[in-house]
Design a protein. Structure first.
Ligand code: ATP
Length: 431
């Protein structure tokens, strides 16, 4: 959920060159406290996610049901302040924090009624976020109605308004693909796994587009593995490069089942939209140039995501429009003239005499110029990172990353691409 309210973040981290707006929890960070431990009321729990919305609880897991916690004011940003182990209505018990986004916090809870673990998004008590949450609920209910097998998008279980916070109850899923990459020191997924992720991602996008819905915020953070289970396997790439024993292994998910989350920015696709959408690295050129966007902006994001899963890190690591466009031209070649001609008033400044990109003349620094120059062409990039199926993958990516949205592959067309239909080991098409 980003779109209009999204802020750009400065470079801060050495390891991940893409600064994230929040730390992630739950999958790789141990629970905040052992279930039996009782902490004293008012004692701060220092959580490695740097949350200041958690206070220690005087409730333990054996606390009586139906006891509501005392009323507390929200924090200054409208986040609900909670304690691990206390109730959220009489039905749910808070177990741990799973994540945090612009719109609120996601907590792992125990559902006393259905006897299952759930993930509850507690939305900030701010009017615009409450309104957006109601739209997200509408979208989730529409998706649930049509996704009879429940395999494409996260399932909504329930929702309620609690102390001025909209709470959305979801089935509990595993880590996001971004979390998984991060935990693996940003080592890439094998190409056959990328193919499976890509297929499911495109099926989910095609399903949404059939319902006339555009996700608008597709990114590895919003694609969750269904299961948290993983296996350790030898990392042959590192084996060849290092003589040390320690870095020989990487983690791989046991199952490659994934689902989409975060429908807070989802919108209807009946007409072109003009406001800025998508998280920066996954943002399509028509959005940056103010040309109006529609369904194809999701397919551009899918292209960026597939490359990231093969590389381990984002392709367009930038926070600035001109640099972003220069990176695109470096990887994909020049932008079509008719798009340059139509650039809106805000983006005219990125071009020289309305003909070509104002690059490198307009670069803000030498560092920025270097960041663009170091990017290879798409073909070389894929060949450097993929051991087989490179030709098919390059062709698919060229279709997904077409500048002109009207020429970009549609989700269903992409699913018929040889990258998905050809058996990679035998080079033949299955029936
Ligand atoms: N069903 C779920 N199961 C497990 N974890 C979840 C689930 N839903 C969300 N999360 C975790 O919570 C994080 C935030 O969720 P979500 O993206 O829906 O919130 P948001 O406020 O809309 O975020 P954003 O700022 O990206 O718009 C996710 O990245 C993920 O780590």
């Amino acid at each position: 959920m980003e779109s209009q309210w999204m802020a750009e973040y400065p470079h801060t981290s050495v390891v991940d060159k893409r600064p994230r707006k929040r730390a992630r929890a739950a999958w790789d960070i141990p629970p905040l406290m052992p279930p039996s431990k009782v902490l004293y009321c008012g004692q701060e729990v220092v959580n490695s996610t740097s949350s200041n919305h958690v206070i220690a609880s005087s409730y333990d897991y054996g606390a009586p049901r139906n006891v509501s916690p005392p009323w507390r004011d929200d924090d200054k940003n409208g986040h609900y302040i909670y304690a691990i182990g206390e109730n959220l209505t009489s039905r749910y018990r808070i177990l741990s924090k799973m994540g945090e986004g612009t719109f609120g916090q996601v907590l792992e809870c125990w559902d006393h009624e259905n006897k299952e673990l759930v993930a509850i998004k507690i939305v900030r008590s701010i009017h615009k976020y409450r309104e957006a949450a109601m739209i997200e609920i509408d979208v989730l209910q529409k998706l649930a109605k049509h996704d009879v097998c429940g395999t494409r998008c996260v399932q909504i279980r329930n929702w309620f308004d609690y102390r001025n916070h909209i709470c959305i109850v979801f089935e509990k899923l595993g880590p996001s693909l971004y979390d998984f990459l991060r935990k693996n020191s940003f080592r890439s997924f094998p190409i056959d796994m990328v193919r499976e992720f890509g297929r499911q991602l495109l099926e989910s996008v095609a399903f949404m587009h059939d319902l006339r819905l555009i996700h608008t915020d597709l990114k590895p953070e919003n694609i969750l593995l269904v299961s948290s289970e993983y296996v350790k396997v030898p990392d042959f790439k590192l084996w060849m490069r290092t003589t040390k024993d320690c870095a020989f292994f990487k983690n791989l998910p046991k199952s490659n089942a994934i689902k989409l989350i975060d429908f807070g920015s989802t919108t209807f696709g009946h007409q072109d939209h003009s406001y800025v959408v998508s998280t920066r690295h996954y943002r399509a050129p028509e959005v940056i140039l103010g040309l109006g966007w529609n369904y194809p902006c999701d397919l551009w994001s899918v292209g960026c995501i597939l490359i990231e899963l093969c590389l381990g890190e984002a392709l367009f690591q930038t926070h600035e429009n001109l640099e972003h466009l220069a990176m695109m031209e470096r990887v994909l070649g020049p932008m079509p003239q008719h798009m340059v001609n139509r650039a809106d008033r805000g983006s005219e400044k990125y071009f020289r005499r309305g003909i070509r990109l104002n690059w490198p003349e307009g670069a803000s620094s030498r560092e920025s110029m270097r960041a663009v120059w170091k990017l290879p062409r798409l073909q070389n990039l894929v060949m450097q990172h993929v051991d087989h199926s490179a030709g098919d993958l390059i062709d698919l990516l060229q279709g997904l990353l077409r500048y002109d949205p009207s020429e970009r592959l549609k989700a269903r067309e992409a699913l018929w691409h040889p990258f998905f239909t050809r058996d990679p080991r035998r080079g033949v098409y299955p029936l």
